[in-house]
Design a protein around this ligand. Structure first.
Ligand code: PLP
Length: 419
């Protein structure tokens, strides 16, 4: 059987597929490996209890469950939910928007497939455009979304060393060049995989550049404000008609309900709705239904600030503390954890590649993600690409503690035996 070019690109090796396969197999394996790899959010009990209660209310209300499961929404998604989101963003963030600026999708992964292929790829017979990632490392899930070759270009960051064995990536504006062939800029903030939060000044710089070039700046707010608010820095959430902001209910605790949110100018929103109608008729309605009350009342902001953020912040702090203790004397650094669900570990001069380290750890029973997957669009030789791994601290405290110990032991062995 022969696959088309379209089919072949999905049949080839794909980092995100490896990650999601690992995740699925790990959940089914016995004994299950320690899952410090995937991006599954924690099961935060107090938040899960709220969703359970909301589901019970739906079940208890005559006909509500039947309406919820029995009807398609429009391609824009649940109208009451979109209306409630617009009101929330106006009141909480001061954004001048209405429902015409918002569409729902089946998860932000799905939003990105549409957005990227809307702004990059072929334009007429001869022109091609790329998505530019102004700061790589960047989210692994972007890397295979383009339907054309050479879909991304990316800029290496500058690296600021900080006290306590920490470092922070910055956008390297001196090197950043926006060619005519760039269709949009995109970054996640907080960033998956590094936990970086690009500063307000950097966002202003990118905003000016994208405006000057007449291209959108896409800000992936999957972990940001006002929900799920897994962000430990005070930053200004920005939107205007030149910016596209994407959000998601996944990291609020509903990843299986596949609900993405896009905030953009109405003409972009209209096209995205059309794409949804072609690909899946309509976005699912369960996520919007479970989150509706908390968005309407504004409670979602309090839940995110008081329940979700402190939960992850404490996890991040414990993980950093443990790694510092167990890796003392090893040349390693941790990206300053400013948000998201991950620690990004940099083993400078690691005697083996991060992919080999990933394989060894997998054999031992702990899953991480090799850093090299997170540099789509970076060309040339850069050893840094093979010196980093991403670990998540969302699993049970015991699993995280054991997993980090196994990582520390393996890394120590690498430097000791092979360095
Ligand atoms: C930065 C970032 N963007 C987008 C997504 C996709 O999220 P979802 O499709 O679950 O909304 C993720 C998932 O981990 C992510 O980390």
């Amino acid at each position: 059987m022969e696959f088309s070019n379209f089919g072949e690109r999905f049949a080839a090796d794909i980092g995100i597929a490896e990650l999601m396969d690992d995740l699925g197999r790990a959940l089914a394996a016995d004994p299950a490996p320690l899952m410090l790899g995937g991006g599954n959010p924690s099961h935060v009990p107090a938040v899960q209890a709220l969703f359970r209660q909301r589901m019970e209310n739906i079940l208890g209300e005559q006909g509500a469950f039947e309406r919820l499961i029995g009807n398609y929404d429009s391609p824009q998604g649940s109208a009451v939910f979109v209306e409630a989101l617009a009101a929330l963003f106006r009141s909480e963030l001061g954004w001048d928007i209405g429902p015409e600026h918002i569409t729902l999708t089946n998860g932000s992964q799905n939003s990105f497939f549409c957005l990227f292929n809307l702004f990059a790829g072929r334009f007429g017979a001869r022109r091609r455009k790329q998505i530019m990632l102004p700061l790589a490392p960047e989210y692994i899930g972007y890397s295979e979304l383009g339907l054309e070759r050479d879909f991304f270009c990316a800029q290496r960051p500058s690296i600021e060393r900080a006290a306590g064995g920490l470092f922070k990536y910055h956008v390297d504006f001196e090197q950043l060049r926006i060619k005519k062939t760039i269709g949009a800029l995109c970054l996640s903030r907080p960033t998956n995989p590094t936990g970086n939060v690009v500063t307000d000044d950097e966002i202003e710089g990118l905003r000016e550049l994208s405006r000057a070039h007449g291209i959108p700046l896409i800000i992936d707010n999957a972990y940001g404000t006002p929900f799920p608010n897994v962000i430990y820095e005070e930053v200004k959430p920005v939107w205007d008609e030149d910016i596209v902001v994407t959000m998601s209910l996944s990291k609020l605790g509903l990843p299986s309900l596949r609900t993405g949110i896009v905030v953009a100018r109405p003409d972009i929103i209209r096209v995205l709705g059309r794409m949804t109608s072609v690909m899946s008729l309509a976005p699912g309605g369960m996520g919007p239904a479970l989150a509706l009350d908390m968005v309407k009342s504004g409670e979602i902001t309090r839940i995110s600030r008081e329940l979700i953020r402190p939960f992850y912040k404490q996890r991040a702090e414990r993980a950093v503390e443990q790694l510092r203790e167990e890796l003392e004397g090893i040349p390693f650094a941790i990206h300053k954890p400013e948000g998201a669900l991950f620690l990004w570990l940099w083993f400078e001069g690691l005697p083996i590649s991060s992919q080999e380290l990933y394989q060894r750890l997998k054999r031992k029973g702990v899953l991480v993600v090799s850093g090299h997957h997170f540099f789509p669009g970076i060309s040339g030789d850069w050893s840094h690409v093979h010196e980093c791994i991403r670990v998540t601290y969302t699993q049970s405290e015991e699993d995280v503690r054991k997993g980090l110990s196994m990582i520390a032991e393996e890394v120590r062995g690498c430097y000791f035996w092979e360095g």
